[in-house]
Design a protein around this ligand. Sequence first.
Ligand code: SAH
Length: 239
Amino acid sequence: MQDLPRLHADPEQGELAAGAALPMPPGQAHYLGHVMRRQAGDPVRLFNARDGEWRARIETLRKDRGGFRIEAMLRPPAPEPGPTLLFAPLKRDATDLVVRMATELGASGLQPVITERTNTARINADRWRAIATEAAEQCERLSLPAIAAPLHLPDLLGGWDPDRPLLAAIERADAGTIEGWRAAAGETSPPALLIGPEGGFSAAELALLRSRPGVIAVTLGARILRAETAALAGLACLL
Ligand code: SAH
């Protein structure tokens, strides 16, 4: 089964259910036909968070369109709780890397945060979604991380539920580790992890973070990591 192409089925395209027909989006038709050299009759796996994972067959495949026929369930839907990654968008390649690896590492949500030193206030949500979808297909998740609209740091903190742990990664601070927080906190709702921009948080932002209830400053060690490395290291600690 592992060698079958595994594709995310947009729930809006229809239900994954035994015997159902599902249209094939042009991107998947191109991928299956041109990249994977598959043809009508070949088996695939289709999944989404709502319906689980299913074995299906390519029913028709022409140039940039086609259809699937759903056969049998391989895996029922199940919740996939995971941390939310809050991060200041970086340059394009670094952001792509963070989106892909955060998806692999189980993040359930991606929240872009605009800080004083953030490089770009704009994000390309379609690009993020495409990268996250590809990563979910590869790593065998059922769900895609939710991609939120960018928020300015003060607005994010202002609206934060103080009962939801927000771990703020702060370099050169006298802060505890993520493991230490976890041991002390016991069972909590999945935490959020906040990573600052390449230039770090400003003094005013650090003061704001420290003043908010529910914000827990954490260290990722003595070395100063690039923002993308910090995001991956922090998520790996939360695995
Ligand atoms: N330019 C800054 C470093 C910014 S690192 C400087 O030289 O001081 C980018 C982000 O990664 C930081 O805002 C922080 O969230 C995170 N980070 C990097 N290294 C870290 C560490 N050792 N501990 C905790 N957070 C770290």
